[in-house]
Design a protein around this ligand. Sequence first.
Ligand code: AMP
Length: 167
Amino acid sequence: MSLLKKYVLEIPNFPKEGIMFRDISPVIKDHFSSLIQELDALIHPDVFKDVQYIAGIESRGFAIAAALAHKRNLGFIPIRKKGKLPGKVAQVKYDLEYGSDALEMHYGSGKIIVVDDVLATGGTLTAAAQLCEQTGFTIASILCVLNLHDLNNFSYKNVPFYSLLTY
Ligand code: AMP
């Protein structure tokens, strides 16, 4: 397990009563280089073959995905909350640990790695993966910083899935 785990904050009852929020903000703030380095090293080198894009889910997924894309000299694609992207978009609705929402993305093609900060129920990353396929991309891998494993048994088809920290 990564030593970065000790910097994750535990915030009880946020944003709702009964939710233990795991906040990776200190990891991003003070250990960003190590975080990106460790995430990059986690992905098997074969997985990067022919990958053209790293997609990040709004909003903390953006920072992580963009840094990984830069490190690998790949393009960055934003997966956004509904109503934020202009032009023709695909949409997938999903349930959250607390509430529901919809993600949107522009159409395209090529191999893509999908990134988010925290995997809780898995609803967000599942919706994002469905969206990537609906919009024309092929998913090489799915990656998150922190997996709240007690809340999910996440997998998506046979796509390689990586998480740096597990609770
Ligand atoms: P989910 O769709 O349930 O996997 O939720 C994932 C998203 O919700 C992530 O992008 C997180 O930002 C946020 N989230 C949900 N639950 C938590 C939690 N307990 N701690 C931190 N972030 C959470």
